[in-house]
Design a protein around this ligand. Structure first.
Ligand code: ADP
Length: 480
């Protein structure tokens, strides 16, 4: 099958979050399964610096804008990557979506409309590339206009749209729609119009044959008002076409046995190595090197979604317990500042690194005793899967992909040997505090159970090949 996979970020070329992990891994898994995949991305300036050899493949005129299509390969793979090259992407540094002040780039609608227009041309073989996909796979709001634009073409390939996070929707006012000179045929309540605004995300949902999301639980949750951001009604109508497919993880990159970011590897059989990695992590983060306290790891965007505020408040109440915390992430200033302040107040208990650090992320997954991720909502979540694989039982809220991957350490599950973490039913301060206490209790007082939980997580299958197979099954139905 020929698959055009359009996305706004893909690891290792450009990454702000889980979307990049999926967009780096899924197309590669499809490619490895013998499919003819083209990964389509904007040619951001930082991306161009990371890419290897790049050649120009063609040139397009899109609503007055001259755009080049560049070609490169995904680093470390034979997968072909096409890049949409325009100054809106190639002459802008930093984050793909946000200015350094943390606000969305003012011209994001222009930038991603341009990307979608280019994608629609390529998908209908109007880009002089000599290649026409059977399937278009679009991802998140930045690609949401591709299915609607394709719907206006003669005999277009069918689209599948994956929701990685409904919280980001690409909603702009009506005058933006007019300024973008998008076709009026799309402006109606079954189209891109959303309460007299333009919604990229709604366009992707409304015009795609299938809508997938990155875990079965999240697929159900987004059909309810609490998680649907006003699109739950539309999603309920399309119920039969909404499918949850759990993400895999890159099992090469996240393999505790061979991880190049670790001084020594380990397996379920050699978990005795882990305390050494804990000591190295404590030293790296400037914490007292001591095996006794429970070392709690936390990695991710410091935003409300991830329950960072709950963690901060809970820590204030439970620091009488023998625990240490290492946190890595960046996000909202108020949370970054609060974490910094807490680390300053308790320098031998709490260490924080604000920023992005791939290597440290690996060392936290390996060196921490438990991984804390009490997200309020979580489409899939990758870090809890990494921590499971690294024998670092996670503490999570029973929601989305967290609910689908973590099995609570109840007496019953511990007896059965299925428990692999701690699951709380409420995203609140009390529950977070309780869960950390519970982890400490299991770690310290029931080491056999803790070891069994570590092993259960490490042996869980998270391969992309299986998830890719589920996407292929949907692609086949789209063609059938
Ligand atoms: P989301 O996509 O909502 O941000 P996920 O858990 O799905 O959350 O994926 C986050 C990805 O980004 C993971 O690969 C995680 O390791 C990585 N990540 C997030 N913040 C950082 C950071 N500060 N340093 C290193 N890696 C990070």
């Amino acid at each position: 099958m020929k698959i055009l996979f359009a996305t706004s970020e893909a690891h290792p070329l450009i990454k702000t979050g889980g979307l990049a992990d999926v967009s780096g891994a899924l197309p590669r898994a499809l490619h490895d399964a013998g499919h003819d995949v083209r990964l389509l991305l904007p040619a951001y300036a930082p991306l161009l610096r990371k890419a290897g050899a790049v050649i120009a493949r063609s040139e397009l005129m899109l609503d007055g804008a001259r755009v080049r299509v560049l070609e490169t390969r995904l680093p470390g793979s034979a997968l072909v990557v096409w890049l949409i090259d325009h100054p809106l992407f190639s002459e802008r540094e930093g984050n793909p979506y946000m200015s350094p002040s943390g606000h969305p780039w003012h011209d994001n609608p222009e930038r991603f409309t341009l990307f979608c227009r280019a994608a629609a041309r390529i998908a209908t073989d109007q880009a002089m590339l000599g290649w026409r996909p059977d399937i278009v796979h679009a991802n998140d709001w930045q690609t949401g206009l591709i299915p609607p634009l394709l719907s206006l073409e003669h005999n277009p390939p069918p689209s599948l749209f994956t929701l990685h996070n409904m919280a980001y929707q690409g909603v702009f006012d009506r005058s933006t729609f007019e300024r973008l000179r998008l076709p009026w045929a799309l402006w109606h309540d079954r189209g891109v119009e959303f309460w007299n605004n333009l919604s990229f995300l709604k366009g992707g949902i409304a015009y795609s044959r299938f809508i997938t999301t990155v875990s079965p639980s999240y697929a159900r949750e987004i059909q309810t008002p609490a998680f649907g951001y006003g699109l739950d009604g539309l999603l309920r109508e399309r119920q039969a076409d909404v499918v949850g497919i759990l993400n895999g993880i890159d099992e090469q990159e996240w393999n505790p046995a061979t991880d190049p970011y670790l001084p020594t590897g380990y397996t379920p059989e050699s978990l005795d190595t882990k305390p050494r990695l804990k000591a190295l992590l404590q030293a790296e983060m400037g914490l007292p090197v001591d095996e006794a306290p429970l070392l709690v790891g936390l990695i991710g965007r410091m935003v409300e979604q991830k329950g960072i505020d709950l963690v901060l408040e809970a820590l204030n109440h439970i620091l009488y317990l023998p625990i240490q915390v290492v946190a890595l992430g960046s996000g909202e200033r108020r949370f970054e500042d609060a974490f910094r302040a807490l680390a300053l107040a308790y320098p031998d208990r709490i260490a924080v690194r604000i920023g992005y650090d791939e290597g440290l992320a690996h060392r936290i997954e390996a060196g921490a005793d438990t991984f804390l991720m009490p997200s309020r909502f979580e489409p899939c979540g990758l870090n809890q899967m990494y921590s499971l694989r690294y024998g670092t039982p996670p503490i999570v809220h029973r929601v989305g992909g967290l609910a689908d991957t973590v099995i609570h350490a109840s007496d019953e599950n511990l007896a059965k040997g299925t428990a692999n973490g701690i699951v709380i039913d409420n995203a609140d301060t009390l529950a977070v505090g309780w869960a950390i206490g519970e982890a400490l209790h299991l770690y310290r007082d029931r080491p056999d159970h803790w070891r069994a939980m570590q092993r259960a997580g490490m042996q869980q299958p998270f391969s992309w090949a299986e998830s890719a197979g589920r996407y292929v099954a949907l692609y086949k139905r789209m063609l059938g």
